[in-house]
Design a protein around this ligand. Structure first.
Ligand code: ZN
Length: 148
């Protein structure tokens, strides 16, 4: 597996890093995709060179529903780092996917106040541009919003 390389657009994610490229290609189509083992169908996240259950090495990106449950979260009210100063308060969540709760994705939470959040809250992926004031690039990524 490739090692992460220098990220020229940091704090935007590196969309060209081979193991994660499929994630961002799907997000650009407003789809959430996770590598799925072709042999045993297990979702494998974070991307790995082989399936941890069966050792299969064919792990094509497969669309998933984007539905999940809020596993944990943290709200940042005081920016510790300049690029995020314009975004406070913001909440980063860990979301367990409906298809396999072992798959937990980290992303920003959208369309909710921190006070609304609770464990196991139903959420779904929404696709929004991620941008920072110091960069002229934006990238569509999945955030998670409460399912009401
Ligand atoms: Zn497998």
């Amino acid at each position: 597996m490739d090692l992460p390389r220098r990220m020229p657009d940091f704090p935007l994610p590196d969309t060209e890093w081979a193991p994660g490229r499929g994630f961002f290609e799907a997000a650009a189509r407003s789809e959430l995709a996770i590598p799925r083992c072709a042999a045993c169908q297990r979702l494998v996240w974070y991307p790995k060179p082989a399936c941890p259950d069966c050792g299969g090495r064919a792990l094509p990106w497969a669309p998933v529903s984007g539905r999940g449950a809020l596993f944990s979260w943290a709200t940042v009210r005081r920016p510790l780092w300049k690029p995020f100063a314009e975004k406070v308060p913001y909440t980063t969540g860990l979301v367990a996917l409906e298809e396999d709760p072992r798959v937990r994705l980290v992303s920003l939470l959208a369309d909710c106040a921190p006070e609304e959040l609770h464990a196991d809250m139903a959420v779904h992926a929404v696709f929004r541009p991620l941008a920072f004031a110091d960069s002229d690039r934006a990238l569509v990524v999945p955030f998670f919003a409460p399912t009401r």
